[in-house]
Design a binder for this molecule. Structure first.
Ligand code: NAD
Ligand code: UFG
Length: 335
């Protein structure tokens, strides 16, 4: 198939491009590079021996999308383009609605016009807000605790509406848990701009000496060791989940909503310990207060994805730590 990958030079999009190319698909990337680098395209070619086409541009540019769909016979869209910093979304909610919600609306309108009716969308476990219990199944109530989360709810609703009102749509709403790790080649990975918000990039930067110490946000949660528990999933497993979702949609012209996680909860201290053990290094850390807005624990019930997609995340926590560290070291080689 010819797949348009929006946000394809980003963290999850780039790993998915690799898996799409490896599965024999042709790939066109559309990215405005607001949080990534065009050099990623060459890295993907190094890994796959094949290069995606690349268009630098914005999903909000209707004319560009129209030209692109006229020129290139796209049969499905994988839609990763979006901005995702929770803290910034609280300060600048409008920016998040304009980019994520309005951007998706422009993209969907262009798809309708071009008669392209298959889309795989990057949703998030954030749509579960503060879950009443774990593991989380797809029928749990949805809510948003910040504007970023609200954009995901609104896009999920927009897609559901489209599916209800327009025949022939094939839609996957994939709710990611906590993607970490990197491609084993060390050629692509996560490159957060500025100080990382997320745990894994902070760990790798602290271990590399780029940050004085990791702050562990709270040790008084109701979890086995008191630190927050999350469902970390290797980004390559996540990328493969997208291929499985696309294959599902080819067989089933309907809307699919599934969790993509491992189904296992890992605490912050367990993550630090595993990272230190597998990589033979130290992660300097200090326990501090809780981070406002954080929840104690969050992990997926993955049975629906396992059954419908015949897919399972099987890379271990050790793999995630090893691959994230390899990528970090490729960014900052030792002196
Ligand atoms: P990322 O920032 O690495 O990638 C997103 C890409 O989209 C970037 O390359 C950016 O330049 C591009 N982009 C943003 N706005 C655009 C626009 N208007 N037009 C064109 N390109 C644009 O982030 P990621 O971690 O790869 O996330 C991909 C998607 O997955 C996002 O929608 C994100 O909300 C979602 N998601 C991520 C996580 C996570 O923890 N990483 C968890 C759940 C969901
Ligand atoms: N943590 C620390 N120190 C840090 C960073 C994180 O102790 O410097 C802890 C957090 O308190 C939490 C765990 O590590 O217990 C994971 O935190 P992340 O920021 O990596 O991930 P979150 O689960 O908080 O949030 C992520 C995304 C959100 C998304 C959510 C659900 O960043 O955008 O997953 O999908 F909404």
């Amino acid at each position: 198939m010819n797949i348009l990958v929006t946000g394809g030079t980003g963290f999850i999009g780039s790993h998915t491009c690799v898996e799409l190319l490896n599965a024999g698909h042709d790939v066109m990337v559309l990215d405005n590079l607001c949080n990534s680098d065009a050099a990623v395209i060459g890295r993907i070619e190094q890994i796959c021996g094949r290069k995606p086409r690349f268009v630098e541009g914005d999903i909000r540019d209707a004319a560009l999308l129209q030209d692109l769909f006229a020129e290139y016979p796209v049969s499905a869209v994988m839609h990763f383009a979006g901005i995702k910093a929770v803290g910034e979304s609280v300060e600048k909610p409008k920016k998040y609605y304009q980019n994520n919600v309005e951007g998706t609306s422009v993209l969907l309108a262009a798809m309708v016009q071009a008669d392209i009716r298959t889309i795989v969308f990057s949703s998030s476990a954030t749509v579960y807000g503060e879950p009443a219990s774990v593991p989380i199944t797809e029928d749990f109530p949805r809510s948003a605790t910040n504007p970023y989360g609200d954009t995901k709810l609104k896009i999920e609703d927009m897609l559901a509406e489209l599916q209800r009102t327009t025949p022939g749509w094939r839609i996957a709403r994939l709710r990611y848990f906590n993607p970490v790790g990197a491609h084993k080649s060390g050629l692509i990975g996560e490159s957060p701009a500025g100080v990382p918000d997320n745990l894994m990039p902070f760990i790798t930067q602290a271990a590399a000496g780029l940050r004085d110490e990791l702050r562990v946000f709270g040790s008084d949660y109701e979890t086995p060791d008191g630190t927050g528990v999350r469902d970390y999933i290797h980004v390559v497993d996540l990328a493969n989940g997208h291929i499985a979702a696309l294959n599902y949609l080819r067989r089933n012209p309907q809307m699919l909503t599934v969790n993509l996680g491992t189904g296992k909860g890992v605490s912050v201290l367990e993550m630090i310990k595993t990272f230190e053990t597998v990589n033979h290094c130290k992660v300097p850390y200090r326990i501090t207060n809780r981070r406002p807005g954080d929840i104690a624990k969050c992990w997926a019930d993955t049975r629906l994805a396992n059954r419908l997609l015949a897919w399972k995340a099987d890379r271990s926590l050790a793999d995630m730590c090893r691959d994230a560290w390899r990528w970090q070291q490729a960014q900052t080689p030792p002196p």
